[in-house]
Design a protein around this ligand. Structure first.
Ligand SMILES: C[S@@+](CC[C@H](N)C(=O)[O-])C[C@H]1O[C@@H](n2cnc3c(N)ncnc32)[C@H](O)[C@@H]1O
Length: 273
């Protein structure tokens, strides 16, 4: 069981809007007949489960689920216990070293909601390309790209951060510590992603931008995820930072009298030539 304050990704990953958009990317990648699939940065296993559900012959296939967080992998193993008997191999590794972690090349690499964390995307994509069979697919999605924040949502972010920082100061006497710009805020354009992929012999065959209406539960749950908290309020203990962010969400939804905030996801499937 997951406690409500373990700061894992599990609770957010169970939001239905999030499952739907990850399932859509996995469907775009058309995995059915694939034998060897990597779920890169698998987190607590939400996407791994979606991949396993779509395999035509789960007994003949292997899904290699990679993450650098030991606690996320442990949670993924727990969450995926008792599913279809496709072999899921869990690998504790940085995504940057993928080809070294694999014994053989693979048919598809799925990389959901994490490419924006990686500083050297060029090296990462070179290594992913090297890990794929010729004709193999690379599918990724991200909600941190140039265009992910629709203009009508910008007021929400301004108010949310202002109120969270004010709550942190007033209720807990704490302030975030200024840090280097976090990687996820350096947002690439769709064209920059295309150029990076093409440089590594990966040709885009499908690309979509989907705008999702994220309900209050999504914002509350992401405020309970350690990576998000540390990126947003650096240097503040997780418990207090999470409480301040959640209070900021409630205050902002009430003040703006809104029920949802739009956010756009980029989804891409590219094929190795
Ligand atoms: C936002 S979660 C996404 C989880 C899952 N792919 C999904 O879409 O639901 C990001 C995951 O990326 C992992 N991660 C971030 N940087 C990583 C890196 N350099 N190497 C391996 N895992 C990384 C984190 O541990 C976390 O589990």
């Amino acid at each position: 069981m997951t406690s409500s304050s373990d700061f894992s990704f599990s609770k957010f990953s169970q939001n239905s809007f999030y499952e739907v958009l990850n399932a859509h990317l996995v469907d775009m990648a058309d995995l059915g007949g694939d034998k060897r699939i990597v779920d890169l940065a698998c987190g607590t296993g939400g996407v791994t489960g979606l991949i396993v559900e779509r395999l035509h012959d789960a007994c003949e296939s292997v899904v290699i689920a990679v993450d650098h967080s030991a606690s996320a992998l442990k949670q993924a193993m727990e969450n995926l216990k008792g599913g279809r008997d496709s072999a899921i191999q869990f690998v504790h590794s940085q995504v940057e070293g993928l080809s070294d972690s694999l014994k053989e090349s693979v048919d598809t690499v799925v990389f959901c909601n994490a490419i924006h964390y990686i500083p050297d995307k060029d090296a990462l994509l070179a290594d992913i390309s090297k890990s794929l069979n010729p004709g193999g697919k690379f599918a990724f999605n991200t909600s941190f790209f140039e265009g992910s924040h629709p203009p009508e949502s910008l007021e929400y972010y301004r108010k949310w951060m202002f109120k969270s920082i004010r709550t942190l100061r007033r209720e807990y006497g704490l302030r975030p510590i200024r840090s280097e710009k976090v990687e996820s805020r350096r947002q690439l354009t769709v064209e920059q992603y295309r150029e990076l992929l093409e440089k590594q012999g990966l040709t885009i065959v499908r690309q979509e931008i989907d705008t999702v209406q994220v309900p209050i539960e999504g914002w509350l749950d992401i405020s309970g995820f350690s990576d998000f908290i540390e990126g947003t309020l650096p240097g503040v203990p997780l418990e207090e930072a999470s409480a301040a962010l959640q209070s900021g969400v409630h205050q902002t939804f009430a003040e703006m009298n809104i029920t949802h905030v739009p956010r756009s996801w980029l989804g891409v499937v590219a094929v190795r030539s």
